[in-house]
Design a protein around this ligand. Sequence first.
Ligand code: PGA
Length: 246
Amino acid sequence: MKIIVEKDYEKMSSKAASLISEAIQKKPDLILGLATGSTPIGTYEELIRMHKEEGLDFSKVTTFNLDEYYGLSPEDDQSYRYFMENTLFKHINIKKENTYVPDGLAKDPNAYGKEYDEKIQKQGGIDIQILGIGRNGHIAFNEPDDELILSTHLTGLTKDTIDANSRFFDSIDKVPTKAITMGLGTIMKAKKIILLANGKNKTEIMGELLKQDKVTTNLPASLLLLHPDVTVIMDEEAAELYKKNL
Ligand code: PGA
């Protein structure tokens, strides 16, 4: 695991964006795994700037998102498809048909999940997967549990995640309680993973994760310790406990 600590959120975001941009320049038809949430917004803003000012070309890039709330349509302004359209896709020259976000209305979500995984593999697999981390250690919506499911699947959200995500909704009872998420197997198949973390509410979990002394399904992100090519990029705040433990 390569660990990079940047001064602040802006620097963390531009570091992540420059890794992605270098990869697109090397492989214009890059398969990029994307995340939602607050963490990657700055990275997306920097990619948009690079597209507009430096001509970074997304015309051959394909993207696969990690997850989607179950029960929300793509037009719902709380859906992750809606978030991706507004935060990134509509500002760059990516082809809509090359952007995949799990379908929150899938009738048979587990069969759908299998198809989603097959689609990823048929495209050649994810070259770079961007990840955030939940303060409970989840990645995508793989919540701490006795067992973790490998493939893309329907899952329930924990109370902690519902609490954390309620900041985007009018009230906590509006937060969906289920989601379709890539599983740990899907995520671990990505050739390269970039895990981003910023802010004080990630200090504790990053300290715990980066002790690097065990893997446990109770901290789903710890499985990343087994992956051969993970780069962690944090800001100073998220890195506080990690640095203390060094
Ligand atoms: P955040 O969410 O980027 O909004 O902190 C990360 C996550 O829950 O995976």
